[in-house]
Design a protein around this ligand. Structure first.
Ligand code: C2O
Ligand code: CU
Ligand code: CU
Length: 538
């Protein structure tokens, strides 16, 4: 069944003129079921390879110091056999024990709780059977501390990170970033949340502790032995968007939780490799958004639903007191026009058999409202100060065209990632404010016309602001079905560029010089090279 599907997909895509080279890698690849045993060996002391441009070490004193190890493991996910995973484990060496919050029964790494201004040292050790490196998604850190693939370390080796937390309070996350292997490693379980707090947020009466709930949403495809299956149709899945057959929240299937009838803060991360969500409440109540990728908005925004692309975060404030005690309310995916369907038969063929279609209604997480006492402060009217970047400050506009280009696959301005390669137009002066324009309005050649698939575009380093979104009429059906869920306000680090769109962002290139990445956060697109360096130069 699967092989015939992939064969037809193969023919279809060949018919569109992709060269044989593009398809050479079309063989199925599965996540290694039995990774080499690495457990049991005594922890190897972390070795820091000398990075290009050695980091300035922080003075011996840090506020938080921890050891973070990636290693194979097993977790029970579905009933029956446990699932082989790769996961992060951490150990606190110095600092407040509240820094590390494990997520019970999950492959997810512990949630790291950090404060703005803290000096942090993290000793990463790689115990998975392939090279890896860790990236702190959304954090504004020097290039040597950012987990660029050029710093990937082999099995048994390590990397020491030292940085000061400069970001605003917000929901950030960490995940591996070795070139060509980010997708499979995240998929195997390597990811965790990194929550930052600051005095501005502390001063607000937002729900805390048990009432501040992270929801990491991911989809996974399982085989009959409960093992993760990755890209069953090989390159076809990677091109078109790889979807699972199950939704996991915080690493668990059929997510639900009993909550008291009072206000809660929900921190949503789309930690999926490729899937886009249109999230709403099953009882039709609006979604109250208080924060996006880079932290709190100026004031809460009410939307009918929220559109969340891979790597994007959104924080909701919700009063379960609005639901009758004893009843439940479901955070659900609501129907939308799947952008992949714009590719007609090819879109259908590219989607693996058994996958849960992303544009259909399905439950994501259920909140069972208890009969306990309520309580809790009302929603603050004002949340935070969001300084607007003045577009008049922008000294240049750079255009980045997102397109399919055989034989490479998905490209940025026709190029794919080369480890340290930076084109002339990818050099930015330190201190500059610029407009970057991501254009998903079609490539060249036979793939011309309009863009075909959505690309969540992510930039490393300092967050940005969304300036403008233009929609080509050809992309209207998809846009109309998702538009009310976009939260383009506030600080962002990932922005979804739908087919037919041109999205302009405003970004300041400040504080650090060196090589940083920008890429599509569809992890298979990223791994096939839809990623480039930009260099901030003094
Ligand atoms: Cu979340 Cu370059 O990645
Ligand atoms: Cu990132
Ligand atoms: Cu992409």
């Amino acid at each position: 069944m699967r092989s015939s599907l992939s064969r037809r997909g193969f023919l279809r895509i060949s018919g569109l003129g992709l060269t044989a080279a593009a398809l050479a890698a079309c063989a199925p690849s599965a996540f290694p079921r039995t990774p080499e045993a690495q457990t049991g060996s005594p922890a190897t002391p972390a070795r820091t390879p000398t990075p290009l441009g050695a980091p300035t070490p922080l003075s011996g004193d840090v506020d938080v110091e921890l050891a973070l190890t990636a290693r194979p493991g097993e977790v029970p996910i579905l009933s029956g056999q446990p699932t082989q995973v790769w996961r992060f484990e951490a150990q606190l060496l110095q600092g407040d024990p509240a820094v590390l919050e494990p997520i019970p029964e999950s492959y997810l790494g512990p949630t790291l709780h950090l404060q703005q201004g803290q000096r942090v040292r993290i000793h990463f050790t790689n115990q998975i059977p392939q090279e890896s490196i860790v990236h702190w998604h959304g954090l504004h850190v020097p290039p040597e501390m950012d987990g660029h693939p050029r710093y990937a370390v082999k099995t048994g080796e390590g990397y020491v990170y030292e940085f000061t937390v400069l970001n605003r309070a917000g929901t950030y996350w960490y995940h591996p970033h070795p070139h060509g292997r980010t997708g499979p490693q995240v998929y195997a379980g390597m990811a965790g949340l990194l929550l930052v707090t600051d005095p501005e947020e502390q001063a607000l009466e937002l729900p805390r502790g048990a009432f501040d709930i992270p929801l990491v949403i991911q989809d996974r495809l399982f085989n009959a032995q409960n093992q993760l299956v990755y890209l069953p149709n090989g390159r076809m899945d990677a091109m078109m968007g790889f979807l699972g057959d199950r939704i996991l929240v915080n690493g668990r299937p059929d997510g639900s939780r009993t909550v008291p009838p009072r206000p809660h803060r929900l921190r949503l991360l789309n930690g999926s490799n490729s899937r886009i969500y249109k999230l709403g409440w099953s009882n039709g109540m609006p979604m109250t958004v208080i924060a996006t990728d880079g932290g709190l908005l100026e004031r809460p925004v009410q939307l009918p639903y929220v559109t969340l692309a891979p790597a994007e975060r959104v924080e909701l404030w919700v009063d379960f007191g609005a639901v009758n005690p004893g009843e439940s309310i479901v955070l659900e995916n609501q129907p939308f026009v799947d952008p992949g369907s714009g590719m007609g038969m090819m879109g259908m063929m590219g989607r693996q058999a058994g996958a849960l279609p992303q544009g259909e209604r399905y439950p994501v997480f259920t909140f069972q409202v208890s009969r306990e006492a309520g309580g809790g402060a009302p929603l603050p009217e004002r949340l935070a100060t969001v300084e607007r970047i003045d577009p008049a400050q922008a000294t240049s506009t750079r255009r980045v065209t997102l397109a399919m280009q055989p034989p490479s696959g998905w490209t940025l301005n026709g190029r794919t990632f080369q480890m340290t390669d930076v084109a002339k137009e990818e050099r930015v002066p330190l201190g500059a404010t610029e407009v970057w324009e991501f254009v998903n309005q079609g490539g060249r050649g036979m793939m011309g016309g309009m863009g075909m698939l959505p690309h969540p575009m992510h930039m490393h380093g300092h967050p940005f602001q969304v300036l403008e979104r233009q929609v080509d009429p050809a992309g209207e059906a998809v846009w109309e079905s998702l538009r009310e869920g976009f939260v383009d306000a506030g600080w962002k680090d990932t922005v979804l560029v739908l087919p037919g769109q041109r999205v302009r962002i405003l970004r300041q290139f400040r504080d650090f010089t060196g090589l940083f990445l920008y890429h599509c956060h569809n992890l298979e697109h990223e791994d096939m090279g839809m990623m480039r360096n930009f260099e901030i130069i003094a």
